[in-house]
Design a protein around this ligand. Structure first.
Ligand code: TEU
Ligand code: CA
Length: 551
């Protein structure tokens, strides 16, 4: 029997703070901006807000490089603004999930500034320092954002480890003092009354201390084999849980590459004493080629189906996952999995139907409730993300044309999902009165909240309807998930079922009208993303239907 929990029934709305709403006209979204939009968020029917990092940070990786875990970055406001925001959320019954990034800190954190000073500094062991090998770095691992994972530091003639940028040195979790710091930080925020954490790259916190050279593998394999799921990862998470999380009624979502289906319950099984759920990332990289993100291909629809089917089987009733089709690291869902031109409305609604009828806690990235699309900027000057900028300069150095490098960034780059929220058709989509830190998608004139608010058959109305539908049928949270047609190349046909109800969901993930046999005698069509009635056994392009059968 599956246990019922508030966080299994919740729906997460993700806010990228820099891009949500700018209250003071400096081009950067901020906490007061979020406060002003809380009524909007509440009106969606969602109940958990996940904020990307807002701590003090030099923003080398937009906040995933924290220089003070107990301070708010002044570009977003003050701690007073934070307290006000939290109180305003709670007043509306909204819960707050903070992003905790403790695999690494910023190189501008006090700990690292001390650590690099000398080999016998008390903070030296807060990070991984190693001697070089044969005149080069200690091993051949590549960093996620390019170059080696090792950076040479002249002061002490040693290298420090950084899985991401060189301004994100990895914290040494082998050191019990580091673990205690993390526990103290968690307790400090939980005592403030926040409702949980998303734990960034939690699968990376334990390292293979031999740091063996990697041989022959492509990037994805290398990640899995060497970077993630280290020997002490579960021990570390359990220690954190036992000394902090377990004393509070809060939720945790673990994020991190290479958490395989087989390992999912090791992180989230109900008796593990670790995390409540994970964000499985394999669907987000399903279309990557051997060279990773900027080597994109096409996602086979069957891969999307097998992803959900296999994860459901693997977790069973023991563990739990959060389901999502986009986030701040991946392209917009309608651009990636749908059709963001001819069938933008239909395919956006279909994807929302999918998201809200899956088993797992749904998480939606701001703007996807109105069908916002990829940014598709043409010039490298318009991009801001360190990952795209580093890829671009390396690619050009290696002889790739500007045209090809930009084409790849247009498909896969993370700025695609970080453009300012499109509130209305005024300048910059009403996000700011100044110049936004990242350009708005010029399509804000035709895609924005204000227009959607006045359209009963728009994407936003459909989203609200779907959220309400999920909330009123617990079967959609807890019921079993069965894929009824795994082999069809583009129709998804699955069942959600428990003792109270049975839902049949049918989704035509294609631009083509498709004949499809629907043998649901007595089934009642509860939701459809087309307003006009269609033919029973013919699915229109991107048509989504939900049938309900009483049990
Ligand atoms: O991302 C971790 C992660 O899985 C990376 O592989 C990420 O997908 C990246 O885009 C690689 O292509 C988390 C955060 O979500 C991300 O924003 C951070 O940049 C990263 O950790 C480092 O903290
Ligand atoms: Ca601002």
């Amino acid at each position: 029997m599956i246990t019922h929990k508030w966080w299994k029934e919740g729906i997460i709305y993700q806010i990228y703070p820099q891009s949500f709403y700018d209250s003071n006209g400096d081009g950067i979204g901020d906490l007061q901006g979020i406060i002003r939009k809380l009524d909007y968020i509440k009106s969606l029917g969602v109940d958990i807000i996940w904020l990307n990092p807002i701590y003090a940070s030099p923003l080398d990786d937009n906040g995933y490089d924290i220089s003070d875990y107990r301070a708010i970055n002044p570009i977003y406001g003050t701690m007073g603004d934070f307290d006000e925001m939290l109180a305003e959320m709670h007043k509306r019954g909204l819960r707050l999930l903070m992003d905790l990034v403790v695999n690494h800190s910023s190189d501008e954190h006090k700990w690292f500034k001390e650590s690099r000073k000398s080999k016998n500094n008390p903070y030296r062991d807060y990070y991984y320092w190693r001697k070089g090998k044969n005149g080069g770095p200690p091993n051949n691992w590549p960093a996620v954002f390019g170059g080696s994972v090792w950076e040479y530091d002249r002061t002490t003639s040693e290298y420090y480890l950084h899985y991401f940028s060189k301004k994100q040195p990895d914290l040494n979790w082998e050191n019990p003092k580091v673990r205690q710091e993390v526990i103290d930080i968690i307790r400090w925020w939980l005592d403030k009354g926040i409702d949980g954490f998303r734990l960034d790259v939690i699968s990376m916190i334990s390292k293979d201390l031999v740091f063996p050279d990697a041989t022959g593998e492509n990037f994805g394999e290398m990640y899995t084999r060497y970077f993630c799921n280290g020997p002490r990862v579960h021990e570390f998470i359990r220690e954190v849980h036992d000394k902090s999380l377990k004393d509070y009624n809060v939720m945790t979502v673990g994020e991190g590459p290479a958490i395989t289906k087989e390992a999912g319950n090791d992180y989230t099984g109900q008796n593990r004493g670790e995390l409540n759920m994970i964000f499985p990332l394999d669907l987000m990289s399903a279309d990557w080629g051997p060279d990773g993100r900027f080597d994109p291909g096409i996602t086979d629809r069957r891969k999307i189906k097998s992803f959900f089917r296999e994860w459901n089987e693997a977790l069973g009733d023991d563990g739990w996952m959060s389901v999502f089709l986009d986030n701040h690291d991946s392209p917009r869902m309608v651009s990636r999995f749908g059709n963001d031109t001819t069938y933008r409305t239909e395919s956006a609604k279909l994807l929302l139907t999918l998201l809200l009828t899956l088993r797992g806690t749904p998480s939606i990235h701001y703007g996807s409730e109105i069908g916002m699309t990829n940014a598709s900027f043409d010039s490298i000057d318009q991009y801001k993300d360190i990952e795209s900028l580093n890829f671009y300069s390396e690619a050009i150095k290696n002889g790739m044309s500007d045209h090809e490098a930009i084409r790849r960034i247009q498909i896969s780059g993370r700025d695609n999902v970080r453009t300012p929220m499109q509130w209305d058709d005024r300048n910059h989509g009403g996000f700011t009165t100044d110049t936004p830190w990242l350009e708005s998608n010029p399509n804000y004139k035709s895609i924005n909240v204000e227009m959607e608010e006045s359209d009963d058959s728009g994407i936003l109305s459909f989203f609200r309807q779907m959220v309400a539908f999920r909330k009123s049928h617990k079967t959609l949270s807890y019921g079993s998930f069965t894929d009824l047609d795994p082999d069809h190349p583009h129709v998804f046909h699955y069942q959600r079922k428990d003792a109270d109800a049975q839902f049949i969901i049918i989704l035509n993930m294609s631009d083509h009208t498709t004949s499809y046999a629907i043998n649901q005698a007595g089934a009642h069509l509860s939701i459809c993303n087309y307003t006009e009635a269609g033919k029973r056994e013919e699915l229109r392009p991107w048509e989504a239907r939900i049938y309900l059968t009483a049990i």
